[in-house]
Design a protein around this ligand. Structure first.
Ligand SMILES: Nc1ncnc2c1ncn2[C@@H]1O[C@H](COP(=O)(O)OP(=O)(O)OP(=O)(O)O)[C@@H](O)[C@H]1O
Ligand SMILES: [Mg+2]
Length: 252
């Protein structure tokens, strides 16, 4: 049994990294390790000069924003949009500081919700649970970045949405990340998203980084180039599998 081993990478401040890889290659496990969903047995996780390896998840949540695949995670469904946003606005503030939030907070909510272009600014008192998946993901994204996180983690956050809504949320994602220069790790299975977004691609397989593409190489990448890299990995895997099979036969 192994869940990742020897993964080593440094994400530069302000970098937008796309994580690609086959099912089970370890993308979510890597994000979970960074977010503190589990504590690793070995290794170190550093944020700036701070060693966060032993920080519990809730402590990391003060500076790490997350959006998951499932639109039902990340928000409190019975609470209104405004109440959810209030929670997001209080993130990272010390207890008691909540009262210091501006009185005209509803106006600020409306202003920041309006650019989502989903008409939600007029529905701030509606429970979040009544919204569509796309609306919820857009709001979750807004909440995760309400107070600028040191790191934003997105795990296939548009995978459960229909293509049109997914595109809308992806556009919003790109806009928010570039406006605030957010350091981001985003998991996707969409080659198109990987080509269009970000400044670096990490391609994972079996818990290993198989390709680390950045700079001009990343900029020049097209969808067929990525598909070819996946094909290479698949072929290599087949060769490895038949080599293992032959070894087994030899042993018998
Ligand atoms: N704590 C753990 N101990 C052992 N194995 C684990 C642990 N957590 C996850 N795994 C395994 O690690 C592998 C990687 O899973 P992970 O969910 O990270 O893949 P993924 O790349 O996100 O895949 P997908 O594209 O399907 O979401 C899987 O085989 C999973 O069962
Ligand atoms: Mg996953």
């Amino acid at each position: 049994m192994k869940a990742l081993r020897n993964i080593q990478c440094t994400i530069e401040d302000g970098s937008f990294v796309i994580l690609l890889g086959t099912n089970g290659s370890g993308k979510s496990t890597l994000l979970n390790a960074v977010a503190g969903t589990f504590l690793p047995d070995l290794g170190k996780i550093m944020m700036d000069d701070m060693d966060i390896t032993r920080f519990p998840e809730h402590k990391r949540a003060k500076f790490i924003g997350r959006v998951f695949q499932n639109p039902f995670s990340g928000t409190a469904p019975d609470m209104s949009i405004a109440e959810n946003l209030t929670l997001a606005a209080k993130r990272g503030l010390r207890r008691g500081f909540g009262q210091a939030l501006q009185k005209n907070i509803m106006e600020e909510f409306r202003e920041r919700v309006r650019p989502l272009n989903m008409g939600l600014e007029d529905r701030l008192n509606n429970p979040i649970g009544k919204l569509s998946g796309g609306q919820r993901q857009a709001l979750t994204l807004l909440m995760a970045t309400w107070i600028k996180p040191k790191l934003l983690l997105l795990d296939e956050h548009t995978a459960a949405l229909d293509p049109k809504t997914a595109n809308k949320v992806i556009k919003l994602t790109g806009d928010i990340i570039s406006k605030d220069h957010l350091t981001t790790m985003m998991v996707t299975h969409s080659m198109q998203q990987a080509v269009n977004l970000g400044d670096r691609i990490l391609m994972l397989h079996n818990g290993k980084i198989m390709h680390d593409l950045r700079g001009e190489e990343k900029k020049r990448l097209k969808v067929p180039d990525l598909l070819a890299l996946f094909d290479d990995i698949r072929k290599k895997e087949q060769v490895d599998a038949s080599a293992a099979e032959m070894l087994q036969i030899n042993y018998i």
